[in-house]
Write a protein that binds this ligand. Sequence first.
Ligand code: PLP
Length: 268
Amino acid sequence: MTGTPRTALTIAGSDSGGGAGIQADLRTFFACGVHGLVAVTAVTVQNSLGVQGFTEIPADVVTAQIKAVAGDMGVDAAKTGMLATAEIIDAVAKTLDEVHIGRSGETPFVVDPVAASMHGDALLREEALEAIRTQLFPRATLVTPNLDEVRLLTGVEVTDRDSQRRAADALLALGPQYVLVKGGHLYDDPDCVDLLSDGFQYIELRGPRYETKNTHGGGDTLASAITASLAQDLGVPDAVAEGKRFIERSVADAYELGAGVGPVSPFW
Ligand code: PLP
């Protein structure tokens, strides 16, 4: 390429298995043509069978990473993944204001409210959910919860299109500009229908459901692909549509690796 690419920052945890977390974010940014910047929040010990544990990075080291890259290289869009603790979330929220990322500034900010792995292993200390609600949601351009995260954050159990809409409203009441309620875990539905809303418009994004058990890193990959499009000046509805196309292809090409759940594919 010629010239300087746009930049996208991920504030997230490391996955030793290379399928999710910052590893998924960075390869998605690369595939989408933006330069990836990283603030590591936690180091997980995991493989295809699950998360064996994690150690969080001190909050001041997380915020120093954000300031270092924002001040020198500039951030065109940012996202959060695994944030681990309320202390990290509080510190990240303050720092984002300082560097004008999120609704207080003009830089788009995507919050993927990661709470647990698909195996049910915790990736967030329990008391940190409230910090996600109060510190991150009001600053977010877009939040991208799956149905487990919707239940944890709002108490709404999504079982059909009506409850998906109610969940969107409950999440919007917490302050983000847009919410994407991902319907991939509605396994009775033959399609994967995600609902995007800003409280005025309700847009259903319908895509095929691929029969694969290998979906590790899917949520991170979708949120990163959307963030990459926002970094390249797409509006939220267009960025989400691009992200959906990206994740569909990544899931369609997901592969076996290890004895458990393999990763969605970065090879295309
Ligand atoms: N590990 C890390 C560091 C993550 O950020 C995530 C999800 O965001 C996971 C594991 C879990 O990924 P999955 O639910 O796709 O297994």
